[in-house]
Design a protein around this ligand. Structure first.
Ligand code: DAH
Length: 344
């Protein structure tokens, strides 16, 4: 038995593990339930009484040696660095989170929504693929009338007119859906993307964004329209921004107007943003044509309403002085990261 133990004693004394795994292998080999020391004690039971006296002591010393070695090494390994990661300097600052920023069109749309929400308007949405009825006919665009050419349409299906399907050319189609679906009063704004068959340039794009507004109730007047839009402009561009209304034409409103505001860049003095007029156009509006109300099943003797529609890109142009419409859809990070980052 002595000869068996001697080489192991040397092995234990020389043992120097590189990591916790090697130490564990050591423990299993010598001290484990199926380990060497266990086996030696089993064997010890079989030897005669004379040998028991000698080897009992030797065996116990061997066991103590293995246990002491294990305890000592375990303490060293536990108190040292466990993994390579822990060699790093934990006081160094961490990698910053790249939060990104909201798209300028989203910022402007949210601002418009917030202003109208405070006036009691709800937000509604409609489909971007629209039928002839909702995009044109219900809005009083006569069939085969040149008014339809006002907006160069991307048709998905084009036959007779009535069952044509197209990408909506304006968000006014959502007015129709809203009025058909419910009963007055209506007070809603309807933001969304619209499409027109235009060559892409700095000043025109084949898709852009609008916000439509609709207010229908008893006794709604043009004065209500003017005051609502006046309030909106004061909120969006600041107190003292002037407004003016010019007569215009839209098939779905009568009377119709376009609204200008005093140039936000030069404050009316004249600059190239306002083409030296001091005014910039921001939206179209008017009193909902009685034909439109009737087309949507609303009694035009009892109810009147106003509507307005504005381009979000146009509002963002003025707010951030962005002169090229293409920037909005190119997703160039150098452009996008200039806008406010919201912490969510
Ligand atoms: N739909 C018109 C356009 O795309 C904008 C517009 C004008 C909407 C007058 C309206 C309105 O609701 O009353 O050019």
């Amino acid at each position: 038995m002595q000869e068996k133990i001697d080489p192991y004693t040397a092995e234990i004394n020389a043992f120097s593990p590189a990591n916790a795994d090697e130490l564990e292998t050591f423990r299993i080999k010598f001290l484990g339930t199926k380990g060497l020391i266990k086996d030696l004690f089993e064997e010890f039971k079989t030897v005669g009484p004379e040998e028991k006296r000698i080897f009992g002591k030797v065996l116990n010393q061997f066991k103590q040696l293995a246990e002491a070695k294990y305890t000592e090494l375990k303490e060293t390994i536990d108190s040292g660095p466990k993994t390579q990661d822990q060699d790093k300097d934990l006081t160094l600052p961490g990698d910053g989170l790249n939060l990104g920023s909201r798209h300028p069109l989203t910022l402007v749309r949210n601002e418009i929504i917030d202003i109208y929400k405070r006036l009691g308007f709800v937000v509604a949405e409609g489909p971007e693929i629209e039928d002839d009825w909702h995009n044109f006919s219900a809005l009083n665009f006569p069939e085969e009338h040149p008014a339809r050419d006002m907006q160069d349409t991307f048709f998905i299906k084009k036959n007779s007119g009535q069952d044509d399907i197209a990408l909506r050319t304006h968000t006014s189609s959502v007015q129709v859906r809203m009025m058909e679906m419910g009963k007055p009063p209506f007070r809603a704004i309807m933001p969304g993307r619209v499409y027109r068959n235009e060559a892409i340039s700095a000043r025109a794009h084949c898709f852009f964004h609008q916000v439509e507004g609709l207010y229908v109730d008893e006794n709604v007047s043009f004065a209500d329209l003017k005051q609502t839009l006046y309030h909106f402009v004061q909120e969006l561009y600041g107190e003292g921004t002037k407004v003016r209304f010019r007569p215009s034409y839209f098939p779905f409103t009568e009377p119709s107007a376009e609204m200008d505001i005093s140039c936000t860049i030069c404050k009316g003095a004249g600059c190239n943003m306002c083409k030296y007029t001091g005014w910039v156009e921001i939206l179209g509006c008017g009193m909902v044509d009685p034909n439109v109300l009737e087309n949507c099943g609303i009694d035009s003797k009892k109810f009147t309403g106003f509507a307005f529609g504005m381009g979000i890109e146009r509002i963002a142009n003025l707010k951030y002085v962005i002169r090229d419409l293409r920037l909005f859809s190119e997703n160039d990070v150098r452009f996008l990261k200039q806008f406010q980052t919201e912490i969510i």
